[in-house]
Design a protein around this ligand. Structure first.
Ligand SMILES: [Zn+2]
Length: 135
């Protein structure tokens, strides 16, 4: 029981580097290189590992798939759902649909938002790191 609970908490480990990257901005001791690495790690986590409902459209039944999935880009165990979000991301005509699927519940909206924040953090850390590096 305790082990299961610990494993369940472990699934959310990616929020740690995310928080670390954000807090890194507040602490001048933390270099932008560190923030960059933390942001890259949590970006990877949100894309491929974060627990969330699948949300892919079901073909036969009405509504969206409610299976557990991991990662914003990956769906559940159904082959059809597996890369549905990724293929939507690659096809700009379907971005509205992808947005709708990400906003369908807070369980997906939260990691999506955190991922956007991570990307923003990573990009600004990269800019600071490569351009504004103190000499
Ligand atoms: Zn699914």
């Amino acid at each position: 029981m305790a082990r299961n609970r610990r494993r369940a908490a472990w699934k959310y480990w990616g929020y740690l580097p995310f928080a670390g990257a954000l807090l890194g901005w507040l602490n001048p001791e933390v270099g932008t290189g560190v923030i960059l690495v933390l942001a890259a790690i949590s970006m990877f986590y949100f894309f491929f590992q974060v627990p969330r409902p699948c949300q892919a459209w079901n073909r036969r039944e009405q509504g969206r798939c409610r299976n557990n999935a991991s990662g914003l880009l990956r769906g559940c165990h159904f082959q059809e759902h597996k890369w549905q979000n990724l293929s939507m991301l690659l096809n700009y005509r379907r971005w509205r649909e992808l947005g709708a699927s990400l906003w369908a519940s807070w369980k997906t909206a939260l990691p999506a938002l955190a991922n956007v924040a991570t990307i923003a953090t990573g990009v600004s850390a990269a800019l600071v790191f490569f351009i504004a590096q103190p000499k």
